[in-house]
Design a protein around this ligand. Sequence first.
Ligand SMILES: Cc1cc2nc3c(=O)[nH]c(=O)nc-3n(C[C@H](O)[C@H](O)[C@H](O)COP(=O)(O)O)c2cc1C
Length: 315
Amino acid sequence: MLQSLVPGKLWLAPLAGFTDRAFRILCKENGADVLVSEMVSADGLIRDGGKTLMLMEFGDYERPFAIQLFGSDPLVMAKAAECALNYKPDLIDINMGCPVKKVVKRGAGSALMKTPEIAARIVEEVKRAIAGSIPLSVKFRSGWDQSSINYLDFGLKMQESGADLLCLHPRTTSQMFSGISNWEHIARLKEALDIPLIGNGDISTPEKAAQIYEQTKCDAIMIGRGALGQPWLFNNIKSYLSAATYQPRTLDMLKNTMLRHLELALRYKPEAVIIKEMRSQLCHYLKGYVGAAQIRARINRAGSILEYHAIISKL
Ligand SMILES: Cc1cc2nc3c(=O)[nH]c(=O)nc-3n(C[C@H](O)[C@H](O)[C@H](O)COP(=O)(O)O)c2cc1C
């Protein structure tokens, strides 16, 4: 079962607020191999469902597909995993890397790196709940802060507790998303583990993808922010790894991808929601575009999909 998840696979990282069905499908069309849901609150699932349940919806085209859960109570996480199984994902991933205050103050996300015993119990209970039907992965960071780097012991503990696959984003919680990912941590963990490891952090070009494989020997890579505004990065990475070349961005590529993104977005959410949510997505496409500041301002003022179309067609 792990064969479709590693080796050499390109994962789209979970990015809450960005990697909804539309963006995931767009990335799949552009070469992503494995997709992950936005993070799903285990407490939210048990308490109210509704919006939380919607985060777990996906289609067969999105396979192999992982549902990512976050929470801090092993038994609630196990219940949430049982609920997630109804959606028939190919993998359950546990978020132990989220640094956001709202999450860590409840002992979830990367706060679990400070309580490895609870983290281990979560893995054991979730593993029991899914009863080996699909693999289980854990995504985590290097540690809480510079004085408590514990990714190595933590990763080995997760392996021992039953994780089938790990993903390391080598920054500390206190770094949030600043500074540079320390890929050396990925290399060290890879060497110590028996289970596969996915490398993540700052892979924004095909050259960096080649470099992280070379430097860390990780089994697969996961790309987050690098895919925003350039979902074709996945195909470019594949092309670069196999033939040392790739297609630079063209204006046609940019416009067609933006239009396709809008089209997919409208398929899954109402126009009023799309107009708001697509603002930041569309602005990402303008990275490196001459005159981007004025176009971004127009995007931020636009009040309809037609206006978005007009802006894109004039690029
Ligand atoms: C806006 C945003 C939302 C994120 N949401 C999640 C999430 O829901 N679950 C998770 O495990 N990581 C989340 N992350 C972290 C990413 O998955 C990834 O680990 C991190 O951005 C580093 O990879 P990158 O440099 O390729 O972006 C988020 C990051 C950003 C910037």
